[in-house]
Ligand binder design. Structure first.
Ligand code: TYD
Ligand code: MG
Length: 458
């Protein structure tokens, strides 16, 4: 059992279970002091008197405080991802690959918020003021009242913020900032963490909304935004495929709104344009019905978004068959393949499997299981799913199909985009008429039998 008290040497920090006049470790005299533990279990009556902190005030769960005031940028996709606008006294992290468009997005946001009455400061540690001005010219924002600086010394930046008293500040990027109190290179874990801590505390104390940009590196993400995610109120990731013009701003954490909300943008020659109807965009490159192509009616945050799953299955030239996934979870794919083999008798041994979500969207919902299974079987059997049909539903390990949340919303969106039928799990309760023909199944086996005909395992 742990002792109630221990003794440490104030000179060398060595600890002992007994007091003595001389430290055995560093041989100093009269340096050993008693240290009382903070926690006091039922038996440690003695240590109770040793707690030196002051009593903290406790309060009830009910509070008088109203919702924090918010400012809208007017860019619907941005306001939505922020959880309904920018909150005062908050710290936001915007992460993403270098070159994905973070600086562009934030300069445009800065201009919008400035136009809506906020005092906005844009501080770049990566580019000179003239480079930012050039971008502003390209984006047509030179008239906007945003104040600009190129600086990396955080002490000077905070002093400036104290004097200027802005409402909204952009720090681009947190990896370039350095504190003279920390002996480490800019971009190192300790600098990034300390700089983020200083900025977050400053934001709270002074009622400023501060956005920190953080680059994510593909490998490891060391010293990247990950080390500051827990400090800030909101974490947004800006995602997209290099070759595509679509960009997705995703809230992965939000103390002031729903996480998992997304905003969809398109990178144009004049900056980022918001995409008001993402479903139409993600399906825009779809051609005639092809084997392996399935439309999934998903939910991203608070709204339905349709997208296309594409699968390709081909005989593997190597003994180790390939499993390649873009836009979905690799281990979930392995699970679906195992369930297809064990519960529906459709093996994928010796076959390479490629799965892709078209348009660069990343789907993480389990409701996509059935769409993935349909795409895989459709590719393997070389048999297309009808073009005007959407698929969604969760698959359990037993092969049973489970209804997806917000089924009505998914069906409504499908109907809005011209889809006339849907393949879904059986539901106990039906909602209103969505105008879509339902083909419901209770398990994977019956779904495959009826959609693709009787299968003969190869
Ligand atoms: P940038 O915002 O600098 O990326 P990040 O800050 O995430 O590193 O954007 C870089 C890319 O965006 C660059 O390759 C050029 C492109 N771009 C456009 O296509 N249109 C534009 O109007 C702007 C400003 C940039
Ligand atoms: Mg940048």
């Amino acid at each position: 059992m742990a002792k109630d008290t221990t003794f440490t040497c104030t000179a060398c920090n060595a600890s002992f279970t007994k007091w003595s006049g001389r430290c055995d470790a560093c041989e100093a005299w009269n340096t050993i002091e008693e240290v009382k533990p903070l926690s006091s279990g039922p038996k440690s009556k003695k240590s109770m008197g040793g707690l030196r902190g002051k009593q903290i005030d406790l309060t009830d769960l009910a509070s008088e405080e109203k919702e924090p005031p918010r400012t809208l940028s007017g860019v619907g996709e941005l306001d939505r991802t922020l959880g309904g606008g920018l909150v005062k006294a908050s710290a936001i992290l915007v992460g993403g690959d270098p070159g994905i468009g973070k600086s562009t997005l934030l300069l445009q946001a800065a201009a919008r918020f400035a136009r809506n009455g906020l005092k906005v400061l844009y501080i770049s540690g990566e580019e000179s003021a003239s480079q930012v001005q050039m971008r502003a010219r390209r984006l047509g924002l030179t008239e906007s009242p945003v104040k600009l600086a190129s600086e990396t010394n955080l002490r000077d930046i905070l002093t400036t913020l104290e004097a200027e008293k802005p409402d909204f500040v952009i720090i681009d990027s947190i990896q370039t900032m350095w504190l003279d109190t920390v002996e480490a290179a800019p971009g190192s874990v300790s600098q990034v963490r300390s700089a983020a801590h200083e900025l977050t505390t400053f934001a709270k104390r002074n009622g400023i909304a501060i956005v920190m940009v953080g680059h994510v590196t593909k490998d490891g993400q060391i010293a990247g935004p990950r080390v500051v995610e827990h400090m800030v109120d909101t974490v947004l990731y800006f995602e997209g495929e290099r070759g595509h013009q679509f960009r997705i701003l995703r809230a992965v954490k939000n103390r002031f709104g729903p996480a998992d909300e997304i905003g969809v943008f398109e990178m144009t020659g004049k900056g980022l344009a918001e995409v008001k109807n993402p479903s139409a965009l993600f399906l825009s490159e779809r051609g005639d019905p092809a084997p392996g192509s399935v439309v999934f009616s998903g939910i991203e945050g608070s709204r339905p978004v349709l997208c296309e799953f594409q699968a390709l299955v081909s005989p593997s030239p190597t003994p180790q068959a390939r499993r390649t996934v873009v836009g979905w979870d690799g281990s979930r794919l392995a699970m679906i393949l195992a369930v297809l083999e064990s519960r529906a008798g459709i093996p994928f041994t010796g076959l390479d499997v490629y799965l892709n979500v078209a348009g660069g969207l990343r789907v993480s919902e389990p409701a996509a299981d059935l769409a993935v299974a349909a795409a895989l079987v459709s590719a393997r059997e070389d048999s297309a799913i009808p073009k005007e049909c959407v698929v969604f539903g969760e698959i359990s390990l037993s092969g049973a199909l489970r209804p997806a949340p917000q089924t009505e919303n998914r069906l409504k969106e499908a109907s809005k985009l011209g889809f006339t039928s849907a393949i879904t799990p059986v539901r106990a309760k039906r909602g209103g008429d969505s105008g879509v023909d339902l083909r419901e199944f209770s398990d994977l086996h019956s779904f495959i039998e009826q959609i693709f005909g009787a299968q003969s395992p190869q």
